[in-house]
Design a protein around this ligand. Structure first.
Ligand SMILES: C[S@@+](CC[C@H](N)C(=O)[O-])C[C@H]1O[C@@H](n2cnc3c(N)ncnc32)[C@H](O)[C@@H]1O
Length: 268
C-alpha cells in the first residue's frame, strides 16, 4: 500500500493553512513548546534543529533563549510564514525523512506535532539521530490516542459511525506514536537511549461559535476524510460533531481536552 496520494494532499493542506495556522492549530501546539525546550536540555549557544517547523514557533522560542536555530518543513507556505514571523532566523524547505544537513551538525533536534504526519516516522527518527552529535537530545510530541483523549475520542467515534472511511486515501495510522512501548522500540532502533515520556494536559482552544468550521481549519487529515464524503454525510458529520462538542463551549468558543505525549531520547 502506498501513502503517496495522502502525503501529497497533506503537504498541500499544510501549505494552504500556513496563514491561518497561528489562530487555529498553534493555540494547541504552542502549549507543548516550554516542556519540549526543557526536555531538550537547551543552553544558550546550542545549535537546535526544528523539524516540521510550521510557522517556526519552536525555533523562535529557542532563539529567544539565545540558541542558534534552524527550521525545516516540506510545505513552502509554512517556510514563508516562518520567515515572515521570524525574519532573522534560518528556515529551509525540506523533508524530515531526508534532512539536508551534515551528520552531527546539531546539539538538539525538536519536532512538535510533526512525526505522525509522515509516511515513515522511523526514518525521520533515524535522520534526527544522524544530524545529532553524540549525547544530543531529540524530542517530539504526539497527540494521545482516541481512547485517552476527549477530543479525538468523540471525533473518531463520530467519523466511524457517520462516514465511510474507505473513501479517503490510505494514510499512515495517526496514533502509532501514541503507544509508548512502540515509540520506545522505534527510538532505540533509531539509536537513542535514556528514553523519557511525559504526558501533557494540552487543550484544544477553538474560537468562534461553530466548532466544526474551526476544526476543518485546525488540521488536514480530518478535513480530507470529511471532504471525501457525500454532501448529506458531511452535513450529518457537522451536526453530530457540533452536538458532541457543545458541552465544551466557553464564552469565546470551545476548550476540549486533547492530551499529548512528549518523547525524548539521547543519541548514543
Ligand atoms: C501540526 S504542524 C506542526 C508545526 C509546528 N511544529 C508547531 O509547533 O506548531 C505539522 C507540520 O509538519 C510538516 N510536515 C509534515 N510532514 C513533513 C515532512 N515529511 N517533512 C517536513 N515537514 C513535514 C507540515 O508541513 C506542517 O507544517
Amino acid at each position: 500500500m502506498t501513502f503517496d496520494a495522502f502525503i501529497s494532499a497533506e503537504r498541500n493542506g499544510w501549505h494552504s493553512r500556513a496563514e491561518i495556522y497561528a489562530t487555529h492549530t498553534a493555540y494547541a501546539t504552542l502549549q507543548i513548546v516550554p516542556a519540549m525546550l526543557d526536555a531538550l536540555g537547551l543552553r544558550p549557544g546550542m545549535r537546535m534543529l526544528d523539524v516540521a517547523c510550521g510557522p517556526g514557533y519552536v525555533a523562535g522560542a529557542a532563539a529567544a533563549l539565545e540558541m542558534d536555530v534552524q527550521g525545516i518543513d516540506y510545505a513552502t507556505g509554512m517556510i514563508a510564514a516562518a520567515q515572515k514571523r521570524f525574519p532573522d532566523l534560518s528556515f529551509k524547505v525540506g523533508d524530515a525523512e531526508a534532512l539536508p544537513f551534515a551528520d552531527a551538525d546539531f546539539d538538539a533536534v525538536a519536532c512538535n506535532m510533526g512525526l505522525f504526519h509522515m509516511a515513515d516516522p522511523l526514518q525521520a527518527m533515524r535522520e534526527a539521530g544522524r544530524v545529532l552529535r553524540n549525547g544530543g537530545r531529540f524530542s517530539f510530541s504526539q497527540w494521545a490516542a482516541p481512547g485517552e483523549s476527549t477530543l479525538y475520542g468523540l471525533l473518531f467515534a463520530a467519523l466511524k459511525e457517520t462516514a465511510d472511511l474507505s473513501r479517503a486515501d490510505p494514510a499512515p495510522d495517526a496514533y502509532v506514536l501514541s503507544d509508548v512501548k512502540v515509540v520506545q522500540d522505534m527510538l532505540s532502533k533509531a539509536g537513542f537511549t535514556d528514553i523519557k515520556t511525559t504526558r501533557l494536559e494540552t487543550v484544544l482552544i477553538a474560537h468562534g461559535a461553530d466548532f466544526f468550521d474551526f476544526f476543518m481549519k485546525f488540521g488536514v487529515r480530518v478535513p480530507l476524510i470529511v471532504g471525501a464524503q457525500n454532501p448529506d454525510v458531511q452535513q450529518r458529520l457537522r451536526d453530530r460533531i457540533n452536538a458532541d462538542m457543545a458541552p465544551f463551549a466557553t464564552n469565546k468558543g470551545f476548550e476540549v481536552p486533547m492530551p499529548s505525549l512528549l518523547y525524548t531520547g539521547t543519541k548514543k
